[in-house]
Design a protein around this ligand. Sequence first.
Ligand code: CDP
Ligand code: MG
Length: 152
Amino acid sequence: MERTFILLKPDCVQRRLAGRVLARFEDKGLNVIAMKMLRITPDLAKQHYAEHVEKGWYPTLEEFVTGGPVVAAVLEGLDAIGVVREMLGATNGLQAAPGTIRGDFSSSRQMNLVHGSDGSESATREIALYFAEDEICAYEPTITPWQRAADE
Ligand code: CDP
Ligand code: MG
């Protein structure tokens, strides 16, 4: 089992797409094991997007992600990190494949609705950035035997 971090960005909340986006992850078979709504501060934005802070477009990204409430969550499942990234699609909604979340709902390079961790190191770092250990509520869903074979 693998854990990944997702963030429903301010455009997702403002467009009232949070429920539909979360439903896609639930439908896929991922467990939501932590979730909260919050307002990202400039300081948290700089920590979250540390790899991008020096980029010319970072100030507009910070303005966007701090501009409204977000929903942070931890998803758990087999290959959760890669599965979520595939479900998100390419960064730019105009290039993201139809059927992906960004491909279906976004026409923007910046306002692409959802963040997902891009690897196991970033997943661990981002989960710890948004959640305390005791805010994570892992559980075994009773439906698991009908979602995959026992040896998968
Ligand atoms: O989110 P993802 O890993 O697909 O893309 P990224 O290249 O790591 O960029 C992080 C986020 O910055 C994107 O999801 C966009 O919201 C934003 N971005 C932007 O505002 N302008 C750009 N030129 C590129 C990315
Ligand atoms: Mg990235």
